[in-house]
Design a protein around this ligand. Sequence first.
Ligand SMILES: [Zn+2]
Ligand SMILES: [Zn+2]
Ligand SMILES: [Zn+2]
Length: 148
Amino acid sequence: MPGRHHWQHRFRENVSRWTLPREIILDLLSRSSRHMSAKEIYGALYALYPGLGLTTVYRTLELLHRLGFVQKVTSGDGPGRYELRGEGEKDHHHHLICTKCGRIIDYRDFVQEELDLIKKTEETLAKKHNFLIQDHNIEFLGLCEKCR
Ligand SMILES: [Zn+2]
Ligand SMILES: [Zn+2]
Ligand SMILES: [Zn+2]
């Protein structure tokens, strides 16, 4: 894909142009307890930074996602939602996603069986595909309390 190379090149050339969106988006996400879509992020920042475009928000989020700063939650056919990725294991959580209203529930109170199963699954997959697993992203789709 020629896009990626081109993008990296541009990024290097225009560091300052891209650093501001990065910083304000990371700052917003660090103050938010919600999982926000690109449009919501744009809506929250637009008044303060009128020069910011929606396209820039999308691109910046994808970049931050690739760099590992934010986690992306894809809620069914709704828009992708983003949240700040915490440091290390402490903030690690899984998601319950309501496919009707889009509500996203974080859970960290894992049962031991779940942790064991994930560990075993990762070990098996790593061996089978000779794949170095560095992380996982677990989402359960369904209906929340209000929508069911
Ligand atoms: Zn996990
Ligand atoms: Zn719901
Ligand atoms: Zn989350």
